[in-house]
Design a protein around this ligand. Structure first.
Ligand SMILES: NC(=O)c1ccc[n+]([C@@H]2O[C@H](COP(=O)([O-])OP(=O)(O)OC[C@H]3O[C@@H](n4cnc5c(N)ncnc54)[C@H](O)[C@@H]3O)[C@@H](O)[C@H]2O)c1
Length: 347
């Protein structure tokens, strides 16, 4: 077992606050936030002041000066590969936010570099760590519905995601790369590895560069089928953001996650209902608390695994399979390879 773990965070933007709070609150578990870095000096200085740690505007300078045990990269995908390779070149363990990198080639290069340097590597894929999703996985593992054979997993919202993340407006790959990646990771975790998929994308909000809606059909290696849906352009009342809802069917019953994170299990004509919602932590606030608690649980998992010298559930190698689904979804959407081969028009 390791002693205390010194963590340095790269990127002090919108989502990084959840990582900074998580490491701060994981102090009793052995984490010491050692330093922060952002190329934007104002953001770096402000985060350093809030958490009482040194700040840097150059990641290499921070790693040389602070020699942390663990680097947590919370920048956007374009910088993930160079920053991860930088940390690996220093022999420092790395956590990379999702999406792991910009392309599958980049993701594989990071995994190969970490493997060669024998550096511990994890991807901050946090949806599977959210309390409601842990409750679903626990119920399935306990055999409450038997081995799942069909599922519909959905993230449908009209919440203004563009307010906090205005860069979404200019992302050529939007909803699959941003949230579909989480939902497909859940599909893997709950239903099993994926053998093939098809995908249709839509641009429903005017003025967006990338797709805001995607509907995917997955065939899993064990024969199960799942429908994975994600959109930022749905009008719902109440809007469930940022909840992932689902219906899962197995031979012995059906499990449904309703809005408000009520989970019902229907077995042999009897329905049991359970509240599986995320707890509010001292630093979390609705509606983001499910995401924030997931980030905290993911960081706690990474700290524990790194301390014990074992791979994280979402290791770099594991996450290649999730990123491969994102890659496959964009390719499937572009190739329209499931075109109906027959078209009849009245004469
Ligand atoms: N897991 C989730 O639920 C979740 C939610 C939101 C965002 N994210 C992910 O978090 C990451 C960051 O997103 P965000 O919305 O916080 O972006 P952001 O633009 O608000 O923040 C990114 C920060 O990184 C800094 N930066 C860029 N290059 C740098 C470099 N070389 N060195 C140091 N700092 C650098 C930028 O100046 C900026 O402050 C993305 O990968 C995004 O997909 C995940």
């Amino acid at each position: 077992m390791r002693g205390r773990v010194r963590v340095a965070v790269i990127g002090c933007g919108f989502y990084a606050e959840n990582h900074l709070q998580s490491w701060h609150h994981l102090r009793p578990e052995g984490a010491d936030l050692a330093a922060v870095c952002d190329v934007d000096a104002h953001k770096a200085k402000s985060a350093g002041a809030r958490y009482g740690v040194p700040y840097y505007t150059d990641a290499d300078a921070m790693l040389r000066a602070e020699k942390p045990d663990l680097v947590d990269i919370v920048t956007r995908h374009e910088t993930h590969r160079p920053l991860a390779e930088l940390a690996i070149s220093h022999g420092i363990a790395v956590i990379v936010q999702k999406p792991f990198a910009s392309t599958l080639t980049d993701c594989m290069a990071i995994v190969a570099a970490a493997h060669k340097a024998e550096v511990w590597l994890a991807v901050h894929e946090n949806f599977r760590f959210q309390a409601p999703m842990r409750a679903v996985r626990k119920a399935i593992a306990a055999g409450m519905i038997g081995q799942p054979s069909w599922a519909r997993i959905l993230f449908r919202t009209g919440f203004d995601v563009y307010a906090a993340q205005p860069y979404f407006l200019h992302e050529p790959n939007l909803v699959i790369a941003d949230v579909g990646i989480h939902v497909m990771d859940l599909a893997r975790a709950i239903m099993g590895e994926v053998a093939r998929l098809s995908c249709e994308t839509q641009h429903r909000r005017p003025g967006l560069l990338g797709e805001d809606t995607a509907t995917m059909l997955l065939r899993h290696e064990n024969g199960a089928v799942s429908v994975v849906e994600c959109t930022y352009q749905a009008q719902r009342d109440p809007d469930p953001f940022p909840q992932t809802l689902m219906e899962i069917e197995g031979p012995d019953g059906t499990l449904i996650v309703h809005p408000g994170y009520r989970m019902s299990v229907i077995r042999q004509g009897t329905t049991t209902v359970q509240d599986i919602s995320s707890p509010l932590l001292p630093w979390t606030a609705e509606p983001w608390h499910a995401s924030q608690e997931g980030a905290f649980a993911a960081c706690a998992h990474f700290l524990d695994c790194f301390g014990r010298g074992v791979a994280a559930e979402t290791s770099g190698e594991d996450n290649l399979r999730t990123f491969a689904l994102v890659d496959a979804a964009y390719r499937a959407a572009a190739s329209h390879n499931a075109e109906v081969p027959f078209a009849w028009r009245p004469a």
